[in-house]
Design a binder for this molecule. Sequence first.
Ligand code: ZN
Length: 232
Amino acid sequence: MDPRHLFVDQRLTGMCVYCGAEPQTRDHVPSRVLLDEPYPLNLPVVDACEDCNSSFSQHEQYVACLIECALTGSSEPAGAQRAKIRRVLEENPSLRHRLFLSREIDDDGNITWLAEVDRVKTVLLKLARGHAAYELGLPQLDGPRDVAFTPFAVMSDQERDVFECFPQRSLIRWPEVGSRAFIRAVRSAPSDSVNGWLTVQSGRYRYKVEQTDGLVVQIVLSEYLACRIVWD
Ligand SMILES: [Zn+2]
């Protein structure tokens, strides 16, 4: 058997990677609202049911816009640097208003944005399930042990180092032969991977999937938000 033969895609057929139901469609991971045009070629795709495919999009728009607000200090379309976010904000006055209400300014004029934690976690869990299924052929239908997110701006240098370099101990679970993670590992110098990070679009989206004493998916959104999703 050629270990580089990719069998994970065949095995995935027949299951929505988010809920386990019968799939009717395919879903991009990450979803395109988190990326800019022109989109990268060969975006990862996973099987999904119609319900999952449509139920996340509003939350994903919210997260993409919230990050842009945090980066630019404004919830007005004119303030957005990403053309796509400008469009989303123009077309969604209610989302714009909701974001505006989540803005807080302290006595020194510093702006913070109060994230809707459940919505952010819903999106991160969805993305992590997609990455786990795509990279390892391991759909994670169970609930995660943890879903955490922190802006880089409030992390110490040491916290950031740990986040970037995780795991620092020996890799005790080895990727299955034929999984994407295995194929990446047997390549001598994968050009698309630095320190285990896979860049989907530079400055916009990167992720990393590790099997250590659990399954850990890390995601960085717009080089602003550091996210970690862990399963036992
Ligand atoms: Zn589903």
